[in-house]
Design a protein around this ligand. Sequence first.
Ligand SMILES: [Zn+2]
Length: 107
Amino acid sequence: MKPEKITIEVIRWSCSNPEHRHRTQEVAQRCIDTKSKPKRETNIWTKENLKSILADRRSGMTYKKIGEKWRGISAQQAACVVYRAEHREQGGKYYLGKGKWVVDTEW
Ligand SMILES: [Zn+2]
């Protein structure tokens, strides 16, 4: 019996991080997409967008679908945004940033 040398081809997909070695293109792409997002995104949850989300939800759209429509956020995050929109609609205080809490006087 003698040793047999075999070669195994391993495919790794590269992303923006040289330390990563992704097994599939899909995962690498997802990694790139995540990384290329700006660290601090401008707030897209404007009153108009929140109203639109509430309208979608009330017309029966699932949280998953809502999430896909809005930057591909998770269903859980979408549910959270819907909750926040309802809260604002009902005149609840919401955080404006920089330590400011405000109430929507006209929704
Ligand atoms: Zn990566």
